[in-house]
Design a protein around this ligand. Structure first.
Ligand code: GLU
Length: 297
């Protein structure tokens, strides 16, 4: 089997909740089952969205769940030079351009119409940087490990932002540069990111980077049909062992891994050891969304 390297890449905009546990656990189990490595990357490129201490809380929550990562934590706030080099390369290839347009100016269009492609429309104004998607138009196609063939029309993807007007790096550029730099072979994450993947594939292609395999997971919804998120105040994962044990069990149930009921309150290490051995992506039902029966604690 080829070497496997996976990662969990949370944005530290708040503590992890049950939905994030499912994503973290799935990528961890997929990596460990394959005898591979599992890395942790903190995606803190947007400081105003990342309250002080949130990243440290995430590390403690993962440890409490027994999800121990390999090597040092990668922090995106340290990666300015690498992102700048990638943007410079795209610019030198004629694939990135500065854009002064505001959302308001193109609000009547479904996607940004590319007005600045041949030169900034309003020189002197602050600019964002965009990826040029109209050159060599080809459908973006890949095989998701759970959801099967995915096909996106570049004309509908538009020219994605790589660097924002406020100078912050965009998620799409940072994630692609770091996945390649860290040698990630397998991306396992929530279904809410599936429609971001075509931009990431476009960027990998433009930068000549290897393409990882992708496994998108059913998204965990709360009982009232809302996506679990920091915004709707999903409860943070607990740190106390007694509370973590049943949650881990529920996360395995949510991924259709059929953990034995008698392990529901077993030590975290025992639950994980069994789950690593028996991990089977083929068991996961391919629904974009999933309501977890018990997401509180
Ligand atoms: N940082 C992203 C998030 O927390 C996930 C990035 C990824 O897995 O590609 O939503």
């Amino acid at each position: 089997m080829s070497h496997y390297r996976g990662r969990f890449a949370p944005t530290p905009s708040g503590p992890l909740h049950f939905g994030s546990l499912v994503a973290a656990l799935a990528s961890f189990l997929d990596a460990r089952h394959a005898g591979g490595e599992w890395l942790l990357r903190i995606e803190d490129i947007d400081p105003p969205r990342c309250p002080a201490g949130a990243a440290e809380t995430i590390l403690r929550q993962l440890e409490a769940c027994g999800l121990h990562w390999d090597g040092p934590v990668r922090w995106q706030h340290d990666r300015d030079e690498a992102y700048a080099a990638a943007l410079a390369r795209l610019e030198s290839l004629g694939l990135a351009y500065p854009c002064s347009c505001s959302r308001k100016q193109w609000r009547d269009f479904p996607i940004y119409p590319g007005w600045c492609r041949e030169g900034v429309r309003e020189p002197g104004k602050p600019v964002a940087w965009r990826l040029r998607s109209d050159l060599g138009l080809r459908p973006v196609v890949w095989q998701d490990r759970l959801f099967g063939e995915q096909r996106f029309d570049p004309a509908e993807l538009g020219d994605v932002v790589l660097k924002r007007k406020d100078g912050l790096w965009a998620y799409q550029l940072a994630v692609v540069v770091d996945d390649a730099d860290q040698g990630i072979t397998d991306v396992v994450r929530g279904h809410d990111l599936l429609d971001n993947t075509p931009w990431q594939r476009q960027l990998q292609h433009a930068l000549g980077l290897p393409e990882p395999r992708y496994l998108h997971l059913p998204l965990i919804m709360s009982g009232d049909g809302q996506k679990l998120s920091k915004q709707n105040l999903a409860p943070p994962l607990p740190l106390e062992d007694a509370a973590v044990r049943p949650l881990l069990h529920r996360a395995l149930v949510a991924m259709d891994q059929a953990p034995p009921a008698e392990l529901a309150t077993a030590p975290v290490a025992d639950q994980l050891a069994r789950a690593i051995t028996t991990w089977d992506v083929g068991r996961i039902h391919a629904h974009p969304e999933r309501t977890a029966t018990a997401t509180g604690h």
